[in-house]
Design a protein around this ligand. Structure first.
Ligand SMILES: Cc1ncc(COP(=O)(O)O)c(C=O)c1O
Length: 413
């Protein structure tokens, strides 16, 4: 299976979806005077905003769309630069590219998220935003990144696709940046197959996000408002069917989080005495969503040997999460192969290059690390040697014993 939410799909999701089908109101806009219309997309937005500690949310059809909408709403485009980590999911880079801005890759540190010092070093007069991607369930150093963004008057965008339900010193992820993106694909905390959400506390930004995701319209339109539309938008709307599944899923968030955290804690306790084994640094251990336990070995050779024995892989071998495996990025290939951001004059003709080795610290960390999935089993990440949402303590003990045996063999060698 994939993520924790999908493991729990059951009667509640089916009942919510049936309600929508029986009402025959499948789109987010429906007649207010028909009691059968559930306004589930709107209700989902309200609930996710409440849980995330922000005033506004706009439901969209994917996490990629959420990032694209957030960037557009912030007015980021041609000639602008956006700093993103070299260890991320490809969408945090491609959303910037298709927004017309230039992605500037930065190093990660032992948190496996953005290294704030490296971010600051890469700021230029063209930088407009930092995308802090909370990879593998755990928040980036949001205090330092917020301070840098404020100091340089940049927007901080939180990519919370992998971390809905995590928090940073008591604040839910998504409430610290100007805008944030969630994903509800099958690998995520909760899912409806594919879906996403933009979060913001800022009313103006909310109105711009809404317009971008719905052909330029103002929030919660009742008709076609000629003369009221601030700019051309597109259609990234979520359907009532997807929202119905998510309404049932979001009620399971506490259960998911509690279960993941208990399993992660136990797994870690069972392996943490292994000499030479280290863990990813967690800036706020209490806020970790705990979908993954990221382990770091002294050398790449040991990491590869352990991963091989467990039928897993090191993070460096993930095709979607490491910049040097994104061949389309390395070759700067877009759908049109012309125009912004790679083939245009708006960067003063400065050469833009993406190549393996450009982020040596990131390269070293991802080569020596693997993730034990605690609630996410993603073959691409190699997180399949852990446990899932359905597993209890007994299975954690079994899997931890297998990990111990493999790691001890190679750490000793
Ligand atoms: C960090 C991150 N950002 C963005 C996305 C894009 O989300 P989606 O697949 O819903 O478009 C993902 C999805 O895996 C992700 O992990």
């Amino acid at each position: 299976m994939a993520g924790p939410g999908i493991e729990l799909v059951g009667r509640e999701e089916i009942a919510e979806v049936l309600e929508v089908l029986e009402s025959r109101h499948l789109a987010r806009y429906g007649p207010e005077d028909d009691p059968a219309f559930g306004a589930k997309t709107y209700r989902l937005e309200q609930e996710v905003a409440r849980l995330s500690g922000v005033r506004h949310a706009v439901a969209v059809n994917s996490g990629t769309s959420a990032l694209y909408v957030a960037l557009a709403a912030l007015g980021i485009g041609s000639g602008d630069e956006v700093i993103v980590p070299g260890f991320t999911y490809v969408a945090s880079i491609s959303a910037v590219v298709y927004g017309g801005a230039l992605p500037v890759l930065a190093e990660i540190d032992e948190t496996f998220n953005l290294d704030p010092a490296d971010v600051e070093a890469r700021i230029t007069p063209r930088t407009r935003a930092i995308i802090a991607v909370h990879m593998l369930g755990n928040p980036a150093r949001l205090d330092a990144l917020r301070a840098i963004a404020d100091r340089h008057r940049l927007a901080l965008i939180e990519d919370c696709a992998q971390a809905f339900g995590a928090s940073f010193h008591g604040r839910p992820v998504g409430s610290i940046g100007e805008a944030a993106a969630l994903s509800f694909n099958i690998f995520k905390t909760i899912t409806c197959g594919d879906g996403g959400m933009v979060l913001t506390d800022d009313e103006t930004l909310y109105r711009r996000c809404f317009a971008m995701h719905d052909q330029g319209h103002a929030p919660l339109r009742l008709g076609i408002e000629i003369g009221q539309r601030p700019f051309l938008g597109l259609n990234f709307r979520m359907t009532e069917l997807n929202a119905a599944v998510l309404l049932a899923q979001v009620r399971k968030l506490d259960r998911i989080r509690t279960h993941l955290r208990a399993n992660c804690r136990l797994f870690r306790q069972l392996i943490e005495d292994l000499p030479g084994l280290r863990f990813r640094e967690l800036p706020d251990p209490d806020g970790d969503l705990a979908t993954h336990l990221v382990v770091v070995f002294p050398t790449e050779a040991i990491a590869r040997a352990v991963a091989r024995d467990l039928g897993s892989r090191v993070l460096a071998d993930s095709g979607w999460h490491v910049y040097f495996n994104m061949e389309h990025l390395l070759h700067k290939r877009t759908a049109t192969m012309k125009g912004c951001p790679f083939h245009c004059d708006c960067h003063d003709g400065r050469p833009v290059e993406y190549r393996r080795g450009m982020l040596p610290r990131t390269d070293d960390l991802v080569a020596r690390a693997m993730t034990v999935g605690i609630g996410v089993a993603d073959p691409n990440l190699g997180s399949t040697s852990g446990v899932t949402m359905r597993d209890g303590a007994e299975r954690v003990r079994e899997r931890a014993a297998a990990f111990r045996a493999a790691a001890a063999r190679h750490l000793r060698a």
